[in-house]
Design a protein around this ligand. Sequence first.
Ligand SMILES: NC(=O)c1ccc[n+]([C@@H]2O[C@H](COP(=O)([O-])OP(=O)(O)OC[C@H]3O[C@@H](n4cnc5c(N)ncnc54)[C@H](OP(=O)(O)O)[C@@H]3O)[C@@H](O)[C@H]2O)c1
Length: 232
Amino acid sequence: MNILITGAGRGLGLELTAEALERGHSVIAGVRHPEKSQTELSKLAEEHGDRLTIAKLEVTDEEGIAALAGELKEQGRTLGAIINNAAILTARNTPIEALDLNDMLTTMDINLYGPMRVVKHFLPLLTEPEPSIINISSEAGSITNAYPGDYPYSISKTAMNMFSQQLHVYLKDRGVHVLSVHPGWMHTDMGGEQAPTDPRTSAKGIIDLIQQRAIPEDRFMFVDYTGKDMKI
Ligand SMILES: NC(=O)c1ccc[n+]([C@@H]2O[C@H](COP(=O)([O-])OP(=O)(O)OC[C@H]3O[C@@H](n4cnc5c(N)ncnc54)[C@H](OP(=O)(O)O)[C@@H]3O)[C@@H](O)[C@H]2O)c1
């Protein structure tokens, strides 16, 4: 299977790339700055050869995304899964009275419109059997468990879950498996050192979910990386 992963240079994206390659899949690893040294990705490239394609993918740049999709299409590349992983967490713990609304704009642009741009342009390439779209969400996006603070991030993930539901309804008949996945509190740059979950463990769970493919009739699945149901 060919898997497109955004934000693949570090954190969960890097571990998803490594895990997918280890299982024999091919990966198009989207990074913002392929020209800068991507040490970890270069190591994977040495190990896995042309099963890894490192591509420039800035999720706010629709023209760039369209150009990459066009280029891959011209090369005859197809996809079996799209993993929308890239995201930012700004205005952490900021009360509403102090919130800079520019943080909302930037966060929605990356965390929500980013995946929408990616799906818009890469959906035509998702032609391999048993395809999946995985939107990396967060427990922070659960309306049931809402907490005050992290407004931009939480709202972007709640909205992303709606996007997952819309995609589920739109693509169910084509057999596309749409998931919103909470990857756990992981020790990455975003999650910090205290976080209990190894991002590689989360990556393994997410690739398992892609391979298992249980498509529910009624709604998209919002699950954690072990497949456990999350509250919407
Ligand atoms: N860590 C946690 O505890 C946790 C918990 C729940 C959910 N999540 C979710 O899990 C996913 C991965 O998180 P993480 O912990 O691996 O985060 P991270 O360590 O902060 O990495 C974020 C990744 O997103 C990329 N990115 C940011 N803005 C981008 C843009 N405009 N275009 C393209 N790529 C961009 C970064 O690329 P650069 O290297 O170029 O900046 C980086 O590769 C995110 O969706 C996050 O919301 C994480």
